[in-house]
Design a protein around this ligand. Structure first.
Ligand SMILES: Cc1ncc(COP(=O)(O)O)c(C=O)c1O
Length: 475
């Protein structure tokens, strides 16, 4: 070993410039070609998983292979091994075909790999993220004192809300946890909420029993009277209510809880009000539709997933609140090794994560290149797609269970069809389109959601044809 030199950097991990350019350019072309095939191909995976698992066994990582071979292999397997969100006949859960500016943002983030924990490491990304947060907060009429951050998903953002509510509810929660409270903690959301709230209750240490699932009004919206009753009952029994969660765009049916009524009840009982607008919050981008969320500005905190209807790459959620002091109280830490430690500025002192990826660039580039007008048009287009599906299904004898102004439809097939879940399985297995089964107000329905920004009329017709034709097939 020569003490004056060092071994070369490992070339497979850090190739030279010419190889990087060659492989990078090749990758760009391959991805585009795969994207075209995916858009025209089946929506459901069509890979033999037994064969794939056997192939994986061959990867014992003893004998390296050229990166290009590994990339080619991975692209081919992804092309056949996932439900294809970028296929315009994906009418499924809230997973978007990712918009192109957000995909570019991921390339930038991967290349520069900034560390967003601290503003000293990443002054530009930290300032850029907080600029985007303020812009979104303004659309929600949250006022100039709003603060927040990007999170990995709605679940992290919702977890943050519960921690803020607990921190606000008792000055000693920070030091003593739930022992600070004189009785069991309770929080409230509708029974049609996103059920990750149960996991959130568990991980926050209040226990799953802390979550009260409030009845809906027969149309999938939280019933304010049932909510007020639940709070009063719990108080009378010695429990400590801390938070109401209103859902703005339920996962199953796109229903919007009565935001003003929830805000009135929260105010009356001095409770934290969180609005989980993980999916529905996207309508804030549209001047025509944003009024649907009137009352959201009265919330103490807000969750919006940019990786849902705003179609960034996953996972890219936003948490917004006016209470910067609570975020600092809940997530403060003290250490000498961080390049900066500025309360209210450095993300690692205001949020769950420590090391963090540059997520906000995805929404920044989408906004910078499309503007609110472009994002609003994308959201409005989704509502129109669902309108077209609705018209066609109703004309062929289907009924619509939900009355959502958003881009999701819960449809009930004509009576003769029988088992809704079996029909959904047939549609998905056919690869012609992708829809989900769910239950709305006690009834099995086919859940059809516009999630792909490029769905066209031919895709709408293809979906309706698949639903109607496969409904006629004997089970
Ligand atoms: C209303 C609502 N809240 C929260 C979530 C969870 O968000 P994430 O999957 O980003 O953690 C979802 C996901 O669909 C949702 O629909």
């Amino acid at each position: 070993m020569n003490p004056r030199t060092l071994p070369d950097a490992v070339p497979a991990l850090f190739p030279n410039r010419a190889d990087r350019e060659r492989i990078g350019n090749w990758l760009t072309q391959e991805l585009e070609a795969a994207h075209q095939r995916v858009q025209a191909g089946p929506v459901a995976p069509n890979i033999d998983m037994q064969r794939f698992r056997a192939e994986l066994e061959g990867y014992d990582f003893q004998k390296p292979q050229p990166l290009q071979d590994a990339l080619r292999w991975a692209i081919e397997r992804l092309e056949h091994g996932i439900v294809q969100m970028s296929n315009p006949r994906y009418f499924g859960l809230f997973n978007p075909g990712a918009n192109f500016p957000a995909q570019c943002a991921d390339r930038l983030a991967g290349s520069f790999n900034p560390q967003l924990a601290s503003s000293a490491s990443s002054p530009v990304p930290v300032a850029l993220e907080s600029h985007v947060i303020r812009a979104v907060a303004q659309r929600a009429a949250f006022g100039d004192d709003a603060t927040g951050h990007f999170a990995t998903g709605g679940s992290e953002a919702n977890y943050t809300a519960l921690i803020c509510a607990l921190t606000a509810a008792h000055a000693k929660f920070s030091a003593d946890g739930v022992r600070a409270f004189s009785g069991p903690v309770k929080f409230y959301t509708s029974r049609d909420c996103h059920i990750a709230w149960l996991k959130i209750a568990h991980q926050a240490g209040v226990g799953r029993g802390a979550l009260r699932l409030v009845a809906t009004d027969g149309h999938g919206r939280m019933d304010p009277e049932a909510l007020a009753r639940a709070i009063a009952e719990d108080r009378a029994a010695g429990a400590i209510p801390v938070m109401i969660v209103a859902t703005a765009g339920t996962t199953g049916a796109g229903m919007i809880d009565p935001l003003h009524a929830c805000a009135d009840i929260a105010k009356h009982h001095a409770l934290w009000l969180h609005v989980d607008a993980a999916w529905g919050g996207a309508v804030l981008a549209s001047n025509r539709l944003r009024g649907l969320l009137a009352g959201i500005e009265r919330a103490d905190s807000l969750t919006i997933d940019a990786h849902k209807w705003l179609a960034t790459t996953m996972g890219c959620a936003i948490f917004i609140s006016r209470r910067a002091d609570l975020l600092s109280e809940a997530f403060h830490a003290s250490t000498s090794f961080m390049p900066s430690s500025i309360s209210g500025v450095d993300p690692y002192l205001n949020s769950v994560q420590w090391s963090r990826r540059f997520l906000g660039l995805r929404l920044f580039l989408a906004l910078a290149s499309a503007g609110w007008e472009g994002l609003g048009a994308h959201v409005e287009r989704g509502v129109e797609v669902i309108e077209r599906v609705k018209e066609r299904l109703v004309a062929s004898g289907w009924r619509i269970a939900n009355d959502s102004p958003l881009a999701v439809l819960d449809a009930i097939p004509p009576a003769a069809v029988g088992d809704v879940r079996a029909l959904v399985r047939r549609v998905v297995a056919s690869g012609r389109a992708w829809v989900a089964p769910t239950t709305f107000e006690g009834q099995d329905v086919v859940r059809i959601c516009a999630t792909n920004g490029e769905t066209g009329m031919a895709d709408v017709e293809a979906l309706v044809a698949a639903l109607n034709e496969l409904a006629k097939e004997p089970v």
